[in-house]
Write a protein that binds this ligand. Structure first.
Ligand SMILES: [Fe+2]
Length: 130
């Protein structure tokens, strides 16, 4: 899922993005493998949840250090995604890990990530070059 176009040029962040895209890919793989394996899906979701928090923390620290002008706005975007993920996970738990809310969570996260990395995270690398 990770492609060269997602590279922003900050090594630590690019590595984490690769890891994050890889984890989303694992969840998508679980969704496309019959029979539906709830345990595998739960493992993938739990990993994603914890790694996203670590990753957002890393980005926010780097932004702080470089004095990135949009750090506050960026932090707010991260916070909103965490809220959204929390909601989607609640739906998942309430349905006892049904495949439909699992698919919704994976798709939401995949499209958010692709958009966010290209549109927002890249601004951070550009600011570092100024
Ligand atoms: Fe970000």
């Amino acid at each position: 899922m990770w492609e060269k176009r997602y590279q922003i040029g900050i090594v630590q962040i690019d590595q984490q993005h690769k890891q994050l895209f890889g984890a989303v890919e694992n969840l998508l793989k679980a969704l496309n493998t019959a029979p539906w394996d709830k345990a595998q899906a739960k493992k993938a979701v739990d990993y994603l949840k914890s790694f996203i928090v670590i990753h957002f923390g890393t980005e926010e620290i780097i932004q702080q250090e470089m004095g990135f002008a949009e750090a506050e706005i960026h932090r707010e975007m991260h916070r909103k995604l965490i809220d959204r993920l929390h909601q989607l996970e609640l739906d998942l738990i309430r349905s006892s890990y049904d495949i439909i809310p699992a698919r919704r969570l994976a798709n939401t996260l995949a499209s958010w990530l692709m958009y966010h990395v290209i549109r927002e995270d890249r601004k951070m690398a550009a600011a570092g070059e100024e």
